[in-house]
Design a binder for this molecule. Sequence first.
Ligand SMILES: Nc1nc2c(ncn2[C@@H]2O[C@H](COP(=O)(O)OP(=O)(O)OP(=O)(O)O)[C@@H](O)[C@H]2O)c(=O)[nH]1
Ligand SMILES: *[C@@H]1O[C@H](CO)[C@@H](O)[C@H](O)[C@H]1NC(C)=O
Ligand SMILES: [Mg+2]
Length: 394
Amino acid sequence: MSRLARYAILILAVLVGVHYTLSFIHDEYRQATAFSNIASKFRGGDDDFPYYDDESTSSSYTPRPNPSPESQSSGPRLANATFVMLARNSDLDGAMRAIRAIEDRFNTRHGYPYVFLNDVEFSSEFKRRMSVLTGFNAAFGVIPSDHWNQPDWIDENKATEARKSLVAAKVKYGGAADSVSYRNMCRFNSGFFFKHPLMQKYRWYWRIEPNVQFHCNILNDPFLFMEENNKVYGFTITVYEIAASIRSLWGHVTDFISQHPEHIAEDNSMGFLSGNRGKTYNTCHFWSNFEIADMDFWRGPAYTDFFEHLDKIGGFYYERWGDAPIHSIAVSLFLRKDQIHFFEEIGYQHDDWSHCPLSEDIWVKGRCSCDQKHSFDYDGSSCKRRWDRFMNGS
Ligand SMILES: Nc1nc2c(ncn2[C@@H]2O[C@H](COP(=O)(O)OP(=O)(O)OP(=O)(O)O)[C@@H](O)[C@H]2O)c(=O)[nH]1
Ligand SMILES: *[C@@H]1O[C@H](CO)[C@@H](O)[C@H](O)[C@H]1NC(C)=O
Ligand SMILES: [Mg+2]
């Protein structure tokens, strides 16, 4: 080796060393500033927890940078994604259980952020507890009142009558039949959560509700799976809807289809919703308390037109349309069937219903805590068998 070449190698080695040192310092700096950005969200007003002050937290907590795609420096690649939970302050215990479960089963290895939304300001206690549980990787938002409350153009007398008649018909659904707030929630989840300012900067979301459980280790990143396989909507449980709550919905859907044929996808999933090419709706829908999906679809022209069409009719208040059938009908009609994905490997529990991976291999690898015998998949009220038959083309 010539002397010149040896010098060149030496200089190169020095440069590489300097680069490493600098980028290390830079990362430390970035972590520190990312944390003070997050912490500053909690300050101000009379909600000033000493807890979040930079001085008092720096010794007891190791801050984690907000791993939005731009600021990510190491670890597995992250999708442009967030968890989202709509909750009341009184849901604190259930929210803790659900977040603890998803952190343990998945997110401690990834560090995706959380967005918590509420129609009123979250309490200091709610923010404090969720911040700790999520490694200070959470944002808390209040829903603008026009995204939540019953619009002025709804005829309140007619809405009151509708609520009374659902109660009289004994449409069992907790205490929800007569409640306005339940209807606000369904309308918000149908048409507004993806418009919230805190959600704008993300494309993908994973919806989590208080008290849900995750039964298995989630070994692959579902967001990256969706992205890499051109999926738009993912589910774990599919069920029949209470017909009385959506009496006129299908009629309005078929009106929409004839007014907007341009939105209907080739190779759509009408065959899952209807056994007679759309004449009637079998009420099958994906259970929306779990969703992993692409918000750009909800923000796009087909769903925007669809939601506006349905919202104008007032069925959220004059009946009790749920966000689950509305989302499900939209993804079934405006997407190709291969854009909808069933997450077999995500063991999931909401109230008394669970999905437990039936594949032994997946169940063992995921160290699942659920009983496969109690999986809802092929229960009489599940639409999963219908989905399988539809997807297998029979
Ligand atoms: N902030 C807020 N969240 C709500 C309100 N109503 C419901 N939610 C949330 O919306 C989600 C679904 O509400 P639930 O009342 O549990 O609805 P459900 O599970 O469809 O029906 P239930 O059988 O009544 O449990 C949960 O995440 C709730 O915390 C509300 O008035 N305010
Ligand atoms: C994430 O997705 C949103 C919505 O599509 C987009 O506006 C934003 O630019 C994306 N961010 C990155 C870093 O790609
Ligand atoms: Mg519930």
